[in-house]
Design a protein around this ligand. Structure first.
Ligand code: ZN
Length: 312
């Protein structure tokens, strides 16, 4: 689905920064402004991209010269590896996100990308996903303020609510809600027009997160990846996960592995969503929840996604 790169106003004093095409690593971020007060929702995957975003924000909104608060919605690098450039900001995240952020240092990503050319099908897939980003020179700036469950913040006179709905995509996923403007920044709880990926799960908790969003009075949703959306996209995501549960139960009863199931499942209604290879991780996560197998560790997840992507 085509959409435009850059800053877009989504409500009074509320902005989305979008990075098409929204596939692996091409994340969105958000900006909340009231007078001179500013809050940034997430940074991007590398320093050059984050620098480009910050200067686009400053051009459109002079107050963005100084960001007061930075919220990281979750621990994946495409939402926090640019943190060090937001100088002087207080960094806020859920406790679980803060803990998870120190586990995959940017230097490890840099090393993986460097070794990828010698790693066969897995390396080729890894480069396809992450080869466009520069992980060198990143010193991950970690949150100073953490919370569990929820946290109310003010940006000038504007009220914001941080709502922790993880573990789902990662261990500590957080939504950023601007109730008065009916705008929600979801981080990677919503990928619009692409398959989600349940790194942490359980998927049932992700479905509960969808229900929580659907119970809110929200009109505009800034997803973690993909074009601006609304509650319908969350309804679609919930239906997708429910369909996967149904399919996983059936395929498990037939004795299929998650990879065999991911190959066999027909995606008719969701067939045009990007990153179909993530299906195997989601199915494995549901299998684990149904008590049959361990969830995939990240290396196994990438190996199986590489196999599935190779077959496409
Ligand atoms: Zn992401």
């Amino acid at each position: 689905m085509s959409y435009v790169k850059g800053l877009q106003e989504v409500g009074e004093g509320l902005y989305a920064y979008l990075q098409p095409d929204g596939s692996w690593g091409w994340s969105n971020a958000g900006l909340v402004v009231d007078g001179e007060r500013t809050l940034l929702v997430d940074t991007l995957y590398d320093l050059a991209l984050t620098r480009e975003m910050l200067s686009a924000m400053r051009r459109a909104v002079p107050a963005a010269k100084q960001i007061d608060t930075l919220v990281n919605t979750h621990a994946n690098g495409d939402h926090c590896y640019g943190n060090q450039l937001v100088e002087g900001a207080r960094i806020v995240a859920s406790e679980r996100t803060a803990a998870e952020m120190s586990e995959l240092p940017p230097a490890a990503m840099a090393a993986l990308v460097e070794q990828a050319p010698g790693m066969g099908e897995l390396g080729a897939f890894f480069l396809e996903c992450f080869g466009a980003f520069d992980f060198k020179g990143i010193e991950l700036a970690l949150p100073e303020q953490t919370f569990a469950g929820g946290l109310d913040l003010r940006v000038g006179d504007r009220e914001l609510r941080l709502i922790e709905v993880g573990p789902a995509h990662t261990r500590g996923d957080t939504l950023v809600h601007a109730p008065a403007e009916r705008v929600l920044f979801t981080g990677d709880i919503l990928f619009s027009h692409a398959h989600p990926i349940a790194w942490a799960g359980p998927v049932s908790n992700w479905i509960a997160a969808c229900d929580r969003i659907l119970a809110m009075d929200v009109e505009t949703i800034v997803p973690g990846h993909g074009p601006i959306a609304g509650p319908d996209a969350v309804r679609e995501l919930k239906a997708y996960f429910e369909y996967l549960y149904e399919q996983a139960r059936e395929r498990m009863a037939q004795g299929m592995t998650p990879l065999q199931a991911a190959r066999a499942i027909s995606l008719d209604r969701w067939a045009d969503w990007g990153e179909r290879e993530r299906l195997v991780v989601n199915i494995a996560n549901i299998y684990a929840e149904l008590g049959e197998t361990e969830p995939l560790n990240p290396l196994a997840a990438f190996q199986q996604m590489a196999e599935l992507a190779g077959a496409r």
